[in-house]
Design a binder for this molecule. Sequence first.
Ligand code: HEM
Length: 403
Amino acid sequence: MVVSSSNGNAHTTDSDRLRAILRRKAPVWRDDTSSHFVLTRHDDVRALLADRSLLKDPANADPKSPMSKALQSQQPEGLIYRTAGDSILMLDDPRHSRIRTPLAKAFYKRVAAARGLVEEAVGRILQELDGRECFDAMAEFCIPVPVDVIARILGAEPSMRGSFRSWSADTFEAFNPARTPEQTERQVAACNNLCGYIDDLMRRRLKVPEDDLVSDMMTAQANGAAITDDEIRENCAGLLVAGNLTTTDLIGNGLWLLHTHPDEKKKLLEDAGLIANAIEEILRFEPPAEGAARIAPRDMEIRGCPIKRSQVIVSSIRGANRDPEVFAEPNRFDISRKHLPHVSFGGGSHICIGAPLARTEAQVAVSGFLRRFPTAALEDATPAWRTTLPGVVRGLSRIDMHM
Ligand code: HEM
């Protein structure tokens, strides 16, 4: 439930109120249903995420924990390619840094040169909307932009963006331990299609390299980088999936926030230079990824609370981002806020590899949309938050607007 205060400027959910209580009364809280420890204070979350001695591979987690069970259930029957086992998101050193180092080197080089490509994608998609009086901004704008951009960076055919989007959403079901048999069937089909597509792309680029990330990775491998075909395939598929779902939510959450806070929208329309700061405030206020987990490598203590080896500790990104000790009036959305040390991209050795790309895309997309449709308004002030994977990812299922 979203509640607006009388000044219309505060969006606070019931779980925000619960996290505020936890921050004060139980900053290291053991959730009895999952047996995970949950941190909600900004300083604790930051320290946890930055601690490179902690683990991430669910194989190292308590087998009774949902994290470990989720991993086991991530390999349903029918998968042609092994998935999850090679993804940097869930690996510990030395494999994590062996794979992340060449991937990050090639990816950051591409991202540094991607602004023109992002501007072109945003311009083209806005052009397609010219003359339309009303549309669902999620479906017609927030979804196509990131999938178009990441497909072009990888070297995948942008004409396949519809398939990439649905494969990404269905692949993400791997993180849903309560999925139905039909969802599992879709997950398996999506993984097979996505990995099969990347596999084919890798083979084509090995023969004839082009100007794209898959070619860069095949060339790096040929030049001696210690990375296998399976590792390249799974992590390129991971970039395609991670590169569109969360960024779509960032752009969508941003459009939603700005159109429910007319004064903030006005500020941005009057001063385009505020866009970078506005995106940081959107990331703080409505983070698309709500938590990030770590596994205790040894018996340890946080704030005097004993935690045993292999127990899972979840940092509440959303909780940390609304800690009043760090952010004055944390439930107020204010794009000119000066101090914004949010933790929406995680931290330490697992810090989001896509953060610079997500920032560029969101800045270009949100400012482009406002410039093109300065008088756009919401059809309905009730937000359509998705209800799948609560506490993991947060975004809207649709944003109906008239121009
Ligand atoms: C607004 C958009 C995004 C958000 C909020 C987000 C958030 C996150 C978070 C919270 C993590 C976990 C960090 C940790 O455990 O400390 C993460 C990891 C990751 N993200 Fe993102 N992400 C976004 C966009 C992207 C994009 C655009 C890409 C790629 C194109 C990407 C690729 C990844 C990868 C590969 C990892 C795993 C890194 C590792 O474990 O070493 N993300 N992201």
